[in-house]
Design a protein around this ligand. Structure first.
Ligand code: NAP
Length: 329
């Protein structure tokens, strides 16, 4: 099978499109013909060596799969050949999804929502699973509460807006002005241009000084230390980004705040929760660009560059879909 193999840690050209052996499903595993995958910041962080100790080279990376079950290993009961499935491979535990075939434990595999294309489904597994874990499991966002979502036009943020609205929250989000309409179309109630206005002042003004119940952090930097300035009493902060330096969170004490740190975990339950939102028309990923398996280096370079004009996700067409999609948008 064809796969993009990471041969060394470095720039986007560190990948080589190679022929490698097709994996064989073991007990409890399914072999999936990958139709689509997608690009996440985690992918370029892995590529450049941020997690070098956890990633053996040469290796196949990639963290989203949408595809079709080709074969099942002994003991698999939930799936049969021909089933359309979606999932995030176990992170830092075995080969990733930049390949024509992938094997995974059936426990982390979900039934792909029928209304999504493979490109859309592959754009959602990691970011959607993260959104669900952050809002439902950790922050326990409730109907009638409010949330500030940093980075609402990004891969994670554009999904978190939709999930928060589906949960009945009032949504404030930071995006550039170019993305105001996009964020509103996803359900954002209040949009804040973070390049022109300080978000703390905007939240104070928009909430009459009350603050928000939840802050969702996709940015890092000083977001954790500044969150108490925008939190209501008993507020919660959920961060999905690495903390580069020690943070002084003493201001959070006065708000009775709690902080949650999320590194997304894989399980079928989360995917099924997302499927229910999709079926109810409350969630749809936005595919901002599509590249082929061969063009993964270009897709990495695009996501990694700050001024990339992207909204939502970059999807990767694998296999037959690559015949009618190429680098675009
Ligand atoms: N812990 C986990 O499980 C987990 C899971 C998924 C992602 N992550 C992490 O979460 C982060 C975001 O991921 P992603 O997939 O959403 O990345 P992405 O698709 O690159 O989106 C990032 C977004 O943030 C915006 N942005 C940049 N600086 C900003 C600022 N100061 N204020 C507001 N918005 C800002 C960018 O918009 P413009 O540049 O166009 O303004 C872009 O829309 C990454 O660091 C990723 O590694 C963690």
């Amino acid at each position: 099978m064809k796969a993009q193999v990471l041969t060394s840690f470095g720039g986007p050209q560190s990948f080589e499109l190679r022929d490698v052996p097709k994996p064989v499903p073991q007990a409890g595993q399914v072999l999936v013909r990958v139709q689509a995958t997608s690009i996440n910041p985690l992918d370029y962080q892995v590529r450049r060596g941020d997690y070098a100790d956890l990633v053996p080279l040469p290796g196949i990376t990639g963290h989203d799969v949408s595809g079709v079950v080709e074969e099942v290993g002994p003991g698999v009961t939930a799936f049969a050949p021909g089933d359309e499935v979606w999932y995030t491979p176990q992170i830092f535990d075995g080969p990733g999804s930049y390949a024509e075939y992938h094997v995974a434990a059936e426990s982390i595999v979900g039934k792909k929502p029928a209304s999504l294309t493979h490109l859309e489904a592959a754009s959602l597994t990691l970011v959607g699973g993260t959104a669900w874990e952050a809002l439902a499991v950790r922050a326990q966002l409730k109907a009638g509460e409010s949330i500030l979502i940093h980075g609402g036009a990004g891969g994670v943020g554009h999904v978190v807006i939709q999930v928060a609205k589906a949960m009945g929250a009032r949504v404030f989000t930071t995006v550039k002005e170019d993305n105001f309409e996009f964020a509103r179309s996803l359900g954002a109630d209040v949009v804040i241009d973070y390049t022109k206005e300080d978000y703390v002042e905007a939240i104070q003004r928009e909430t009459g000084g009350h603050g928000v119940d939840v802050v969702f952090d996709t940015i890092g930097g000083d977001t954790l230390t500044r969150s108490p300035d925008v939190l209501a009493q008993l507020g919660r902060v959920v961060s999905i980004v690495d903390i580069a330096a020690p943070q002084n969170l003493i201001q959070a004490w006065g708000k009775n705040a709690s902080y949650h740190f999320v590194f997304t975990r894989q399980n079928r339950g989360k995917l099924d929760e997302l499927s229910a939102l999709i079926e109810r028309g409350q969630l749809k990923p936005h595919v901002g660009a599509v590249y082929s398996l061969a063009d993964i280096p270009l897709a990495h370079a695009r996501l990694e560059s700050r001024d990339n004009g992207l909204r939502g996700k970059i999807a990767i067409a694998v296999g037959p879909l690559a015949d009618h999609t190429s680098a675009q948008a």
